[in-house]
Design a protein around this ligand. Structure first.
Ligand code: PEP
Length: 252
């Protein structure tokens, strides 16, 4: 059994007070069992949000981390720094990082390995562009990204990975993959993980869907056999919609 997950990617949004208020609202209203709720504020808000969530079951994620423990990497944040702030998860390889900051598959893999070595659970994103989907290259693209991200991992490390399928054409656009389109990719990726590691690792690995997830479309997505939750941008920025998503996941 895979516990459903709702992970909110707040991206580069909110002031400190707003982030704390949102975290408090989610912490006080999200279901306390049957679903894992995670929020990922910007790094400068992690400390305040950690405090706001201290008495709640909601867990904390970073949106990125560097692979090195310290060093001359201006503007970056290292794993040991996140550790001090009660961060348990880290989103890696988000398409916005790949697109706007030139993050490569090799760099994503280095970050995944570093995150696992430091006991974080990485939420590893992958997904195709509209052009790739329309030219029939979805499977080739997602297979390449997932194999690259998981390169060099042991089975024990793979057991702590969370994958997130995020078709780029669906992120922040209001267009969602249909439950069937998403299920097809999730099932394909679960088979790739099974081939790369083993069936039991594949069966226990959470694979989230991301791309304009809203309370109105989430129920049908999460009803699919291989969709284990959502990585959510826009709809995670309001207490009501985040809590509604968590309740939908809880009732699956
Ligand atoms: C995301 O940030 O990963 C995302 C899927 O955003 P949105 O839900 O806004 O499409």
């Amino acid at each position: 059994m895979r516990t459903p997950i709702v992970a909110g990617n707040w991206k580069m949004n909110l002031g400190t007070d707003e982030a704390v208020e949102l975290a408090r609202g989610i912490g006080e209203n999200a279901p306390t069992n049957g679903v894992t709720c995670i929020v990922a504020p910007v790094s400068v808000h992690l400390s305040s949000v950690a405090e706001a969530l201290a008495a709640s079951p909601v867990l904390l994620s970073a949106q990125n981390m560097h692979w090195a423990d310290s060093g001359a990497y201006t503007g970056e944040v290292a794993g040991p720094m996140l550790k001090e702030l009660a961060v348990r998860y880290v989103i890696l390889g988000h398409s916005e990082r790949r697109q706007y900051f030139g993050e490569t598959d090799e760099e994503v893999n280095r970050k995944v390995l570093s995150a696992l070595e430091q006991d974080f659970r990485p939420i590893v994103c992958f997904g195709e562009t509209l052009e790739e989907r329309e030219s029939g290259r979805t499977e080739a693209k997602v297979e390449f990204q997932v194999r690259a991200a998981l390169s060099g991992l042991t089975v024990e490390q793979a057991e702590r990975v969370i994958l997130a399928y995020e078709p780029i054409w669906a992120i922040g656009t209001g267009k969602t993959a249909s439950p069937q389109q998403a299920q097809q990719v999730h099932s394909f990726i679960r088979d790739i993980v099974g081939e790369r590691f083993d069936r039991s690792t594949a069966n226990s690995m959470p694979i989230l869907y991301g791309g304009s997830v809203k309370p109105r479309n989430f129920g049908d997505l999460i009803d699919e056999k291989d969709i284990d939750g959502g990585l959510v941008g826009g709809a995670s920025l309001k207490v009501d919609s985040f809590v509604e998503l968590a309740r939908i996941a809880h009732s699956v």
